[in-house]
Design a protein around this ligand. Structure first.
Ligand SMILES: [Zn+2]
Length: 119
């Protein structure tokens, strides 16, 4: 069993960097319209488990549909290393793009399907 551990991650060009404490036994593939196109692998964490270390002021924001999620991305390299939003319970949460974490073997993960399309 994996324990939650602290990972670093960020966008491709390196201007956006963060640290997150996450349990990668809890990884989701989402079937919503944007995750389908991006091929995102996501893990959801509470805001206190997440620390943006660089690039916060430059992030571009993309919103669609109900506009409850901020699909943030780096305007230089176009990579979306995380998103901010509210869960169904109204609590703030961070959706971390697991593909943007450093030194994670994504092929070894066992993602669960998440029905984001129905939200
Ligand atoms: Zn970038």
């Amino acid at each position: 069993m994996a324990e939650p551990r602290t990972y670093t991650g960020g966008c491709h060009c390196g201007q956006v960097r963060y640290e997150v404490t996450a349990d990668l036994d809890q990884v989701l593939t989402c079937n919503c319209s944007i995750c389908t196109k991006r091929g995102s692998l996501l893990t959801f964490v509470a805001p206190e488990k997440f620390g943006l270390r660089a690039g916060g002021e430059m992030l571009a924001d993309y919103q669609f549909n109900k506009k409850v999620i901020h699909h943030l991305f780096c305007p230089d390299c176009g990579v979306a290393p995380f998103a901010r939003g509210k869960g169904p319970d109204g609590k703030e949460m961070i959706a971390v793009n697991v593909r943007c974490l450093d030194d994670v073997d994504v092929a070894a993960l066992k993602p669960m399907p998440f029905d984001g399309k129905s939200l």
